[in-house]
Design a protein around this ligand. Structure first.
Ligand SMILES: *Cc1c(COP(=O)(O)O)cnc(C)c1O
Length: 385
């Protein structure tokens, strides 16, 4: 352990500036959003009588250019419901990417809860996978095989570093799916970031898919909530299954009001999160470090992966992550602090020993980004020594 390492307790943390980039789920409601929540009209949503939820579902369906939408507690439940509805035969098959949230982070619920077999397709670095593979591997004509019913894509792609799927790739994939009688679902947890990057309406991003789920609770500041969107019959069936999964909610107009507010007021500001990510990426790139690097050219949105090259010091992403939450006295002397001389703590998430993930969101301001850039640059230079 470094002799400089400070022991942080709750009291001492007050003396530091914390820039918490572990996830955009750390975004919180703004004062105006809280006001909108406080003032919302509510009712019992299981009876279909929460006016604010009803308004949100109509608004979202329109915004995405689909027939209907249903408010669900989480993105995980949205994806599971999509799988349950589209894969209506027990023992049927869903195809998804090897680095997708559905494959990696949902406890295999497609299998354990929905009775659906998961077929993993190797993800490319840009979040896509081989359309040829879908064509070749979709099955069901033979009595020995499961019946493939669904393909899931992720946009933006989390583990690919917030990459936005190319529109022509989605279009081509959707044609193959139609041809093979497969449904296409988009796990669009951060689909508004994709629209922001592409500078197109979000309805264009989701045009070619049968269903989409997206999160209000990621970079959109809402405390909780996701929407599942698609055709009317699809949404009706999802609403039924939502109740079976324990996701029937009562006076959630408070939460739907947060969602309405986010769509009008936070979505237009996503570009600032993207800019902040670029700012850090450019700073890291400029250091020309032999150990740490970023792919600035292919940075699309609010998720930045800082990669660690093989190095003779055996420095890992975990070392960087651990060092970023330390503050040394010399840092203050060297101006790595805010105006009140508070040291800077940067929290990040270590995805593996070669990859550190930082995620930007509404509460990470210009000023915090400047502090962050100072700290990260300082620490990387220190590792280079
Ligand atoms: C976070 C996330 C989910 C799940 O959302 P929860 O609301 O946390 O359940 C699904 N897909 C992707 C790509 C995500 O980033």
């Amino acid at each position: 352990m470094s002799i400089y390492r400070r022991v942080f307790d709750d009291a001492s943390l007050k003396n530091y500036r914390i820039v918490d980039l572990r996830s955009d789920t750390l975004s919180v409601p703004t004062d105006e959003m809280r006001k909108a929540m406080f003032e919302s009209e509510i009712g019992d949503d299981v009876y279909g009588e929460d006016p604010t939820v009803n308004k949100l579902e109509v608004k979202v369906a329109e915004l995405l250019g689909k027939e209907a939408a249903v408010f669900v507690p989480s993105g995980t439940m949205g994806n599971l419901l999509a799988i349950m509805v589209h894969c209506d035969k027990r023992g049927s098959e869903v195809m998804c990417g090897s680095l997708s949230h559905v494959f990696c982070y949902e406890q295999g619920s497609a299998s354990s809860l929905a009775g659906v077999f998961v077929h993993k397709l190797e993800n490319n670095e840009d979040g896509t996978f081989s359309i040829e593979a879908v064509k070749k591997l979709a099955r069901g004509s033979d009595i020995h095989e499961p019946v493939t019913q669904l393909v899931v894509v992720e946009n933006t792609h989390n583990m690919a570093g917030g990459k936005v799927l190319p529109l022509n790739w989605i279009e081509e994939l959707s044609k193959v799916c139609k041809d093979k009688n497969l449904k296409l679902h988009m796990d669009g947890a951060r689909v508004f970031s994709a629209a922001e990057y592409l500078k197109v309406p979000v309805s264009r991003v989701v045009r070619d898919v049968d269903s989409i789920s997206f999160c209000l609770s990621k970079n959109l500041c809402c405390p909780v909530g996701s929407l599942l969107v698609g055709k009317k019959e699809f949404v009706e069936q999802a609403r039924r299954f939502r109740k079976a999964l324990g996701g029937g909610m009562r006076q959630v107009g408070f939460l739907a009001a947060a969602g309405m507010f986010a769509l009008d007021n936070i979505v237009p500001k996503l570009k600032f999160d993207h800019e902040h990510a670029k700012q850090l990426a450019a700073a890291v790139d400029e250091l020309k470090s032999k150990i740490f690097y970023v792919d600035v050219k292919n940075l699309h949105s609010n998720i930045l992966m800082i990669k660690v090259a093989d190095n003779d010091k055996n420095i890992t992403a975990l070392d960087l992550s651990n060092r970023l939450v330390e503050v040394k006295d010399e840092e203050i002397e060297n101006g790595i602090c805010d105006e009140q001389k508070k040291g800077i703590i940067v929290k990040s998430s270590c995805k593996n020993l070669q990859t550190l993930r930082v995620v930007f969101y509404h509460q990470i301001t210009d000023e915090m980004t400047n502090l962050l850039v100072k700290k990260v640059s300082y620490v990387i230079k220190e590792f280079e020594k």
